[in-house]
Design a protein around this ligand. Structure first.
Ligand SMILES: [Zn+2]
Length: 286
């Protein structure tokens, strides 16, 4: 937002600005996370599958409800763009904006990834994050944001008048197309705003613009999720690499990302309640 010359502040401007900030969605009444239960379950888990996502490419994976999955840094600092769908119904997908509103601009252990309307239930719960030490830095940046959208060839064309085919949007579209036998054009309409895994971002203090800085991730770091429903996932190894300089080109050094699927002992989750879709009757006042 720019201040406009010739617009004079009213005499009570400071008084109007001094109102208290109110958290839009106090989240104390969210269904509690049974993190202790999940942390106990992860002690017993064994790896059952893995998928390597090549640099500047996408990959897909499936996670049964009650399993865990990890996104692991290998070889070098690399940012990943994550999409999640209900494996049985692509219309239920990750809702980045509401996840941001319910938790924060960046997510970490104990936060949940919520699904789109009219479902609005946790799709996954974050159970471990080796970058949890990062917190907020002096620029106000954090790791694993739900404020960015994904790099895409449309915005790239808009800004640079150039066509680049390995933006995260395209990588995710090709991955979903290959997984579902859809055309890439049919698949891309299911691609949605992402969780920016390992990406270090914030808003500038002066102009409030979205900024990125080199990711602190190092090989061996991972973020781990518990699947609350049967999931289909797609991950792009962003052409921005560590996103410390640019994106939407082949200029940055890029590395693969590893997705691991882990199965806990089944009895570790006996009796656990898994989330149902929202009970709102969808009558909307009619
Ligand atoms: Zn990207």
């Amino acid at each position: 937002m720019h201040s406009i010359q010739g617009i004079t502040a009213p005499s009570d401007a400071e008084e109007r600005r001094s109102k208290p900030a109110v958290v839009v969605y106090p989240n104390e009444t969210l269904p509690p996370v049974d993190l202790d239960r999940l942390l106990a379950a992860r002690q017993s888990m064994t790896k059952v599958a893995e998928v390597v996502v090549p640099p500047r490419e996408g990959g897909s994976f499936r996670v049964p409800r009650g399993h865990f999955f990890r996104i692991v840094s290998v070889e070098g600092a690399q940012v990943g763009d994550l999409n999640l769908w209900n494996a049985e119904d692509l219309s239920e997908r990750f809702f980045s904006g509401k996840t941001r509103a319910l938790h924060a601009t960046h997510v970490g252990r104990g936060d949940r990834l919520w699904s789109s309307l009219p479902f609005l239930r946790p799709m996954a719960t974050i159970t471990h994050d080796t970058l949890g030490w990062y917190g907020w830095d002096a620029d106000g940046a954090g790791v694993h944001d739900v404020i960015g959208t994904r790099c895409d060839p449309y915005t790239n064309r808009l800004l640079k008048n150039d066509d680049y085919h390995h933006c995260c949007h395209s990588n995710l579209s090709r991955a979903l197309a290959a997984e579902t036998n859809m055309s890439v054009q049919d698949a891309e309409v299911h691609v949605h705003d992402v969780l920016n895994v390992f990406m270090c971002t914030g808003f500038t203090h002066d102009t409030h613009q979205y900024f990125m800085k080199a990711s602190p991730v190092r090989p061996g770091d991972f973020i781990e999720f518990f699947a609350e429903i049967d999931l289909l996932g797609a991950l792009s190894a962003c052409p921005g690499g560590d996103c410390g300089s640019g994106h939407s080109s082949d200029e940055a050094a890029c590395y693969p990302l590893l997705v691991e699927i882990w199965r806990p002992q089944p009895d570790s989750l006996t009796g656990r309640k898994f989330p149902e879709r929202s009970g709102y009757p969808r009558t909307h006042g009619l």
